[in-house]
Design a protein around this ligand. Structure first.
Ligand code: PLP
Length: 339
């Protein structure tokens, strides 16, 4: 393997040694196969290609200070992938197969796990595809589950530095009774136009509002939104938001710190009342937000005026990272050690 500059890795694709795959045919999952191919040979009428019958997950494995490899809350990713599968009528991947796949693929690519202290991690990408051939709009009769991995650096190149984000009103990410709550490709396709435009206009990400009333904070691009108000952690309650495992964990840690946690509608105007705001997800844990610009209403909400993340966001970020990297006791049993 060529020498890797672990501390300067982008968040991008990185070729590794192997990926693992299993096929669902005739009503059951086959044995896990190992391959070094980066390609999938697929029927031209596969439903994932035409009707978006595909779902994915994103998770990380960390090399701890003690040298051990930890995967964070994989059961939640497995559960969410099953929820995605049910949502668009795909075969569900059972926990045993999911765990076997991530364990194997991490072990097979052990040399690609970034060393402790580099800020990088091994990103795991489980993927579920409808591979059966159909021309009519209906669920496939065959599926493929695979996991590939790659070392990644921090999601935003700024690292744990406050970013500016753009609130948009002329795009919706997901419909109220649609697929916003599951991790399927169509949601991401819908976010590309506003996402690319926001980057072009100088922002790290977009902030969507609820699609029905255009009143409440919804998803923060590929992350959940949270705000800190005094001793309270506030995060939107919405049917169109992906239930973030990071957000779920931060809520527990906030409670551990003696904070109040509120999951409720967050009207846009409330932005002016928060002491700190941030976006949270696997890729960055927390991306502190210094500025939210309402593109259409030309309004600007400012936070962390001294240019550094607020104290609560910093404490939560440090705590979650310390658990993930084995520096702090894993009192909630979130880590699985890969041996
Ligand atoms: C749309 C969206 N929301 C939220 C998240 C954060 O979820 P998690 O914390 O499970 O990574 C992600 C990333 O996975 C995402 O793509």
């Amino acid at each position: 393997m060529k020498k890797v500059d672990w501390s300067n890795l982008p968040f991008g694709y990185f070729k590794t040694n192997y990926n693992v795959r299993s096929y669902w045919r005739n009503g059951s999952w086959g044995r896990l196969e190992i391959t070094s191919s980066e390609y999938i040979n697929m029927h031209i009428a596969a439903t994932c290609l035409h009707y978006g019958q595909q779902a994915f997950e994103g998770m990380k494995a960390f090399r701890g200070k003690d040298g051990q490899i930890r995967v964070f809350r994989w059961e939640e990713n497995a559960k969410r992938m099953r929820s995605s599968a049910r949502g668009i009528m795909m075969a569900e991947v059972p926990d045993e197969l999911f765990l076997k796949a991530i364990t194997e693929v991490v072990k097979l690519n052990e040399d690609h796990i970034p060393p402790f202290g580099t800020g990088a991690a091994l990103y795991l990408r489980p993927l579920l595809l409808g591979t059966g051939a159909e021309v009519g709009v209906k669920p496939a009769d065959e599926y493929m589950f695979m996991v590939f991995v790659g070392p990644v650096g921090p999601y935003f190149k700024e690292g744990f530095k406050p970013v500016s984000i753009q609130l948009v009103r002329d795009f919706d990410r997901a419909a109220p009774q649609g697929t916003g709550h599951i991790k399927v490709g169509g949601n991401y396709a819908a976010s590309l136009q506003p996402g690319v435009r926001a980057k072009k206009e100088g922002f790290a990400s977009v902030l969507f509002l609820d699609a029905k009333e255009n009143k409440y904070i919804d998803e923060a691009g590929p992350a959940n939104f949270f705000g800190i108000k005094g001793n309270t952690y506030v995060t939107p309650d919405s049917k169109t938001i992906l239930p973030s495992i990071t957000n779920m964990s931060l809520r527990v840690l906030a409670k551990d710190l003696g904070m109040k946690v509120e999951k409720r509608n967050v009207p846009v105007e409330e932005l002016s009342e928060f002491d700190e705001v941030g976006a949270c997800g696997t890729a960055a844990v927390i991306s502190p937000i210094k500025e939210i610009v309402d593109r259409e209403h030309k309004k600007v909400y400012e936070f962390c005026k001294d240019g550094v993340a607020g104290p609560v966001s910093t404490k939560l970020y440090d705590k979650l990272k310390a658990i993930q990297e084995g520096e702090e006791a894993d009192i909630h049993n979130w880590n699985t050690i890969i041996e």
